[in-house]
Design a protein around this ligand. Structure first.
Ligand code: NAD
Length: 432
């Protein structure tokens, strides 16, 4: 099939490269000319494992090209995916100007039937607006369909998630749209859930909101564990083996971040309010998550007593491992809070340092975890990168001024570290 993806960010590039890998001819479009120029030179502006190779392979086979022209893309594709960003406005509402802009441009350039697919995460009823926008701007009486096909990939394992999804959700209003999307996804051999457009839009918001709820739930439990001397990891294991609950997203820690959960929760709370429902549950989920950052800061303060003038070695900047994405990452807030209190910061992350330089001031960026530890009085882990799980702790202890570890993701075994002589502070491990 000839398809286009408008918006070449994390989702657009992965979607484009994967559809090309499945044998389709794909045009990835972006209005950021500099980004398109880099992509044309073979430089991938984001870090996602395997993506660079996949793109190179498909560019080489002439199945994938990059462009800044929506016009060319619309002319040459029957199916057009919209994968532009949908960031939060100040009051939590999703900013849909990118979606509207792309819908207008598609309409103005349509020469025959097109299927326009929302891939971006959008509030319910956006499909209706996309349809109205295209009807308003389309030049002649050209037929088209709008569909919703939310994306569930996770940064860090995006290609595998795209190629082996738990399910594919397709919200459609015509058999033609359904058949086109079903045949496009057929090679993946995954369960396909066909719904109407509004249900598909709500499935995406509900899924992210539910996962965020699980994280905040276990973080709330971690507070009780700290108070009474229980271990939240044991609690989560005992809960997670119940098939009705499941073990994933039950890791207490610094809380969720990234470009999706915080903004999608805000957008879901906002659209619910517009529809006349006060989604108090999600407001609590958000509050617990935000509080988790302060909770970690307070743990450091309690351990160090005076924070001013002390050096904290921070391991991890990205909001989760295997990505360079620092959007709404807990690390940024925690570092800024420590700086506010007068701490000096050494920081190391395997992928995010370049991006962090744009948002962090007066921080010493280090080339490895050991450089970060040198002379610090506290080692704080915020992102659970694998390489942090296997540190040489004898070396770490020698480098630190004081053997204190604040484990913001509960990746270490307290007893093991205590045996070497560390003071261990985890999240909900009974050592508040
Ligand atoms: N990142 C994720 O893990 C993930 C997962 C599932 C769904 N989503 C959703 O997918 C959407 C895209 O997310 P992302 O992380 O890829 O965002 P991103 O910011 O990485 O990429 C968006 C891209 O769209 C481009 N763009 C913006 N307006 C445009 C326009 N008018 N015309 C052409 N290009 C335009 C931007 O230049 C940018 O390159 C969002 O709605 C997000 O919520 C993201």
């Amino acid at each position: 099939m000839n398809i286009s993806i408008i918006g070449s960010g994390y989702v657009g590039l992965v979607t484009g490269a994967c559809f090309a890998e499945l044998g389709n001819k794909v045009i990835c479009v972006d209005n950021d000319e500099a980004k398109v120029a880099l992509l044309k030179k073979g430089i991938i502006p984001i870090y996602e494992p395997g993506l660079s190779e996949l793109i190179k392979n498909n560019v080489g086979k002439k199945r994938l090209i990059f462009s800044s022209s929506i016009k060319d893309a619309v002319k040459n594709s029957e199916v057009i995916f919209i994968a532009v960003g949908t960031p939060s406005l100040p009051h939590g509402e999703a900013d849909l100007t990118g979606i509207e802009n792309v819908a207008q441009n598609i309409a103005l350039n349509m020469t025959g039937y097109r299927l326009i697919v929302e891939k971006s995460t959008v509030p319910v009823e956006t499909g209706e607006w996309v349809k109205k926008t295209i009807s308003t701007y389309v030049k002649r009486n050209i037929k088209f369909d709008v569909a919703s096909n939310p994306e569930f990939l996770k940064e860090g394992s995006a290609i595998n998630d795209f190629m082996h999804p738990d399910r594919i959700v397709i919200g459609v209003e015509s058999n033609k749209a359904r058949d086109l999307l079903v045949s496009l996804y057929k090679p993946l051999n995954a369960p396909i859930v066909v719904t109407n457009i509004k249900s598909a839009e709500i499935i995406k918001h509900s899924s992210n909101a539910f996962l965020a709820t699980k994280i905040s739930f276990i973080n709330a439990i971690s507070k009780i564990c700290d108070k009474v001397g229980a271990d939240v990891k044991e609690v989560a294991q005992g809960m997670g083996l119940d098939k009705r609950i499941g073990p994933s997203f039950l890791n207490a820690g610094a809380g969720y971040g990234g470009s999706c959960f915080p903004k999608d929760l805000d957008a879901f709370i906002n659209i619910s309010e517009k529809m006349g429902y006060d989604f108090n549950l999600l407001k609590a989920v958000k509050e617990i998550n935000e509080d988790q950052r302060e909770f970690i800061f307070q743990k450091i303060k309690k351990s160090l007593w005076i924070v001013k003038g002390k050096t904290v070695a921070v391991l991890g900047l990205s909001f989760k491992p295997n990505t360079d994405d620092i959007r709404s990452a807990p690390s940024i807030d925690i570092i800024k809070r420590l700086q506010e209190e007068g701490a000096k910061i050494h920081v190391y992350d395997p992928q995010s340092i370049e991006k962090a330089k744009a948002v962090l001031d007066k921080v010493h960026f280090c080339k490895d975890p050991y450089e970060a530890c040198k002379g610090a009085e506290c080692l704080l882990v915020i992102t659970e990168w694998n390489e942090f799980k296997e540190l040489d702790f004898i070396k770490v202890k020698k480098l630190l001024k004081r053997p204190l570890i604040v484990d913001g993701r509960n990746i270490y075994e307290p007893q093991k570290l205590e045996k070497i002589g560390f003071t261990y502070v985890g999240i909900g491990r009974g050592k508040s």
